[in-house]
Structures are given as structure tokens and as C-alpha cells.
Design a protein around this ligand. Structure first.
Ligand SMILES: NC(=O)c1ccc[n+]([C@@H]2O[C@H](COP(=O)([O-])OP(=O)(O)OC[C@H]3O[C@@H](n4cnc5c(N)ncnc54)[C@H](O)[C@@H]3O)[C@@H](O)[C@H]2O)c1
Length: 440
């Protein structure tokens, strides 16, 4: 049965805490696509297709023509940052996109000026910006809510979504103040420093019933208090950490090795990058947050517990080094020690010269559009079907995350089919094409 989905009428405001490399690449990209001077490559919502019905039916529409998503022309961007550069200036500094492209959309980019950030330097020590709000945690939350409502009015938006593209915060774990909404709200009033800045934005959004997705590895909405708030206000949430670069490759390759029952003894991954993200990750406390997010992937796909002969001895090591000359053009190396028939050893080497924000921007766009769709479709709480985009997917408590990108894609596509009242695809086929085989 088709779900009743509210139409995507009017403008969609995408509000972004953290107008750095990823966010400016996203905004500039959407503005360039609107002008017809570039293509939204890497975005499943804009470029991807989805098979519907039986293979004999030959139905393969574009995702954006199948589900009612906001049109790119209806998007308005805004955001917050601890630096006061407008998006044109920030994009020029990030050096992801060429000046020629940025100059062609200069007016649109200059119009996006960051609002003052809800910030606490203890969460990202290497940042020195001054575009910062003053106040207690409680006051900051109210100020962010005011920012959101006045942005919505001023820009005549019918809907808003938030997506965290801020720096990775230092490593922290959930504590008792994160356990329930009541405790969290009391901690806000007490100005408890265990509430991270990203949680302030998340709380403000969810309180207003606005979807929130998290592109960084910090916990943010992955705490019981904010999951509770999301359910209470019927709001979708998703996190954590955009799946780009090296982890994208890992979740493509590891399922293939596991599918062929090939053993993996070691996986050494190292990266060098020189953007502001790299600078923040140069602090060991911030790196730890990223490391934990990246480490879980292989274990979840290979399941050493269920397959000790093949994966029981797996040694997984990850390094990230800050190397300014590379800027946003991250370079990663993977050495993978595998073994096959009778235990014979083999090696795979990957050297990926990627562009971090070029891979992350379309993910941010899709997460924003899909979280808006989810809200209009009446879905709330953790949106596991968006795991496809995330390195460390948030799941219902007690469930293992699914990190295999192919299973994640099937889940995403089946969710869309389900929403639109189409048959789910099992790839069995025997129920309808056996007769074609028998004819031969
Ligand atoms: N680029 C990628 O491929 C990729 C992949 C996965 C995850 N991420 C994550 O996405 C986030 C953004 O990455 P980036 O490359 O754009 O980093 P970036 O450093 O260029 O941008 C982050 C911006 O967030 C701002 N910021 C920090 N704390 C803030 C706060 N409390 N409020 C408002 N602004 C704040 C910083 O000033 C900075 O401008 C990072 O957390 C990164 O780890 C990026």
C-alpha cells in the first residue's frame, strides 16, 4: 500500500552547522547545477535509477522521478560557523572547487553568511574562530531555535532540515545526562559541559520537529535522550559520519571477499590529508572519535565471531596524518593481507587519490532530501535505511549495524518501493520468469 506522503511544496531550507569544505562544496554544487553548468554526479537522488516490478516490465526510473523529493530549485541554504567567512570566501579557502566555477555563482554563494555558532572550544581545540554566540547551553539552544525560525520566515521556507557538517568533536561517550530527555533538559539548564555543541543544534532542531542528520562521527543524536525527543516530535534522525573515501572502498571490497569466503588476516589503512578537517583530526582526542567510527566497519561485515577460521586473526589498523600540501585531496593506501584455498596468502594494495568533499557533498545532499522525504512520509526516529551513506550507522538499540554497502542499497531501495506501494524486490524471480526459461 502506498504511504501517504505530503507533497514537497514550497521551499526547503537546508541549514548546516559547519560551513567548511563539505558544506561549501555542497552549496556551490547545487547552485552550479541549478544554473546548468555542472552535473550532480555521485548523488543517488539526482542521478541514480531504481528498478521497479519484474525484470520483464523494464521499469527503471530516476529516483527523483519516482519519489516526491524537493527539487533543487526549491532549496535555500543557510548555516552557522565559528568563522565569519561567507560561503564564497569559505569555498575559496577550502580550495576544493576551482575559482572559475565559484566565480560563476559568486552572488549566490556570497549571500550565504554564517550565523554565529554554538561552540565550545574544548570540543575542537584547533579552531580559533570568533563568530560565536555567548551564553549557557540552555541559552544557546534557544538562540539556535530562534535562528531556525527566523531563517524559515525570512526565506519563506515551508520546511527545514539540519545536517551537521561541523568539525569532528573530541571523543566522548554517553553519560547519565544523555540517558533520558528529562535528564538532558535538566543538564541544559545546568549548563552541563557534557552536552556537546552538536547536541545543542540537534536538540533545537528536534524540538521544532525538524529532521537532523549527522555527517561527523561524534555521537550527537546517537544518545537515548535525543532518540526519545525525535520520537516525541515525530522527527527523523540519522548518523553518523559520511561514508566517503577509504571506508567507502572498504565497504565495497570487504563484502566481496566475504561473499567468496576468502580469509582476511590484516587490513592496514593510512591516509594523508591537509584540509581543516585534517587539522582538527590532528588532535588525538578528535582522531579517536574518527578512529572508532572507522574501525567498526570491517568487523561488522566480516563477523570474526561467526567466522573465526577466516577472520578470527584480523588485524585492522587505521592512521590519519595531517599533511597540508595535499589540501582536500586526500590520499589513502590500504594493504590487505588475504588468504585463499588451503590458506595460501595473497595481497591487495589500494592507492586512492580521492577528493574528500567531492565524495561527501552528494551524500549530504541526499541525506538532506531523504530526511525531508521521511518527515513528510510520517517516519520518525532512527532512519536505518539511510545507513548507505554512513560510516557508523545508527541503529535501534541492541541491533548490529549493517555496513555492507550492497545490503544497505537494497534496504534503501526497498524502503522507497515500500513508501510508494511498489513490490519489494527479493531477486528470486522464480515466481515469474521460470515460464520464460521453460519455453527455451
Ligand atoms: N570530507 C569528507 O569526506 C568527510 C567524510 C566523512 C565525514 N566528514 C566530516 O564532516 C565534517 C565536515 O568536514 P569538512 O571537511 O567540511 O571540515 P571543515 O573543517 O572544512 O569544516 C567544518 C566546519 O565546521 C565548523 N565548526 C566546528 N564546530 C562548529 C560549531 N559548533 N558550530 C558551527 N560550526 C562549527 C568549523 O569552523 C569548520 O568551518 C567533519 O566532521 C568531518 O569529519 C567529512
Amino acid at each position: 500500500m502506498k504511504t501517504n506522503i505530503e507533497a514537497a511544496e514550497g521551499k526547503l531550507g537546508i541549514l548546516i552547522p559547519g560551513l567548511g569544505a563539505v558544506a561549501t562544496t555542497l552549496i556551490a554544487g547545487v547552485e552550479a547545477v541549478k544554473k546548468g553548468i555542472a552535473q550532480p554526479i555521485g548523488s543517488l537522488t539526482q542521478m541514480g535509477n531504481i528498478r521497479l516490478g519484474k525484470r520483464t516490465e523494464n521499469r527503471f526510473p530516476k529516483v527523483k522521478d519516482f519519489v516526491p523529493l524537493a527539487a533543487l530549485n526549491d532549496i535555500v541554504f543557510g548555516g552557522w560557523d565559528v568563522y565569519s567567512d561567507n560561503v564564497y570566501e569559505a569555498a575559496m579557502k577550502a580550495k576544493v572547487l576551482e575559482a572559475g566555477l565559484l566565480n560563476a555563482i559568486k552572488a549566490e554563494l556570497e549571500a550565504v553568511v554564517p550565523m554565529k555558532a554554538a561552540f565550545d572550544k574544548n570540543y575542537a581545540k584547533n579552531l580559533v574562530g570568533t563568530n560565536i554566540k555567548a551564553g549557557t547551553r540552555y541559552e544557546l539552544t534557544n538562540a539556535v531555535m530562534n535562528d531556525i525560525t527566523s531563517f524559515k520566515e525570512k526565506n519563506n521556507c515551508s520546511r527545514i532540515v539540519l545536517i551537521w557538517c561541523g568539525s569532528t568533536e573530541i571523543y566522548y561517550e554517553a553519560s547519565e545526562i544523555h540517558e533520558s530527555l528529562e535528564k538532558f533538559e535538566q543538564a541544559l539548564i545546568n549548563d552541563d559541559k557534557r552536552i556537546s555543541p552538536s547536541m545543542i543544534y540537534a536538540y533545537a532542531a528536534l524540538k521544532l520537529g525538524i529532521p537532523f542528520t549527522n555527517g561527523a562521527p561524534n555521537l550527537t543524536v546517537d544518545i537515548p535522550a535525543l532518540i526519545e525527543l525525535a520520537k516525541e516530535t515525530n522527527t527523523p534522525i540519522a548518523g553518523k559520519d559520511f561514508k566517503t573515501g577509504q571506508t567507502l572502498m572498504k565497504t565495497i571490497l570487504a563484502p566481496g571477499l566475504a561473499a567468496r569466503s576468502l580469509g582476511v588476516k590484516g587490513w592496514f589503512s593510512t591516509n594523508i590529508l591537509g584540509n581543516r578537517d585534517g587539522l582538527v583530526l590532528d588532535d588525538p582526542d578528535n582522531f579517536k572519535t574518527k578512529e572508532i567510527s572507522k574501525l567498526g566497519v570491517l568487523e561488522d561485515i566480516l563477523r570474526p565471531d561467526a567466522n573465526p577460521e577466516l577472520y578470527g586473526d584480523l588485524y585492522h589498523k587505521i592512521r590519519i596524518d595531517y599533511y597540508p600540501p595535499h589540501g582536500d585531496n586526500k590520499e589513502s593506501w590500504d594493504n590487505i593481507d588475504i588468504f585463499g584455498w588451503l590458506g595460501y596468502k595473497m595481497q591487495i594494495k589500494i592507492n586512492f587519490l580521492c577528493r574528500d568533499s567531492i565524495l561527501a557533498a552528494p551524500i549530504a545532499l541526499d541525506l538532506a532530501l531523504f530526511s525531508d522525504l521521511a518527515k513528510r512520509a510520517g517516519m520518525s526516529g532512527i532512519q536505518e535505511w539511510l545507513s548507505f551513506y554512513l560510516k557508523s550507522p545508527q541503529t535501534a538499540p541492541g541491533l548490529r549495524p549493517e555496513n555492507d554497502i550492497f545490503k544497505q542499497l537494497i534496504k534503501l531501495q526497498n524502503t522507497l518501493r515500500h513508501l510508494m506501494g511498489e513490490d519489494l524486490i527479493t531477486h528470486l524471480g522464480l515466481d515469474y520468469y521460470q515460464e520464460l526459461v521453460d519455453v527455451l
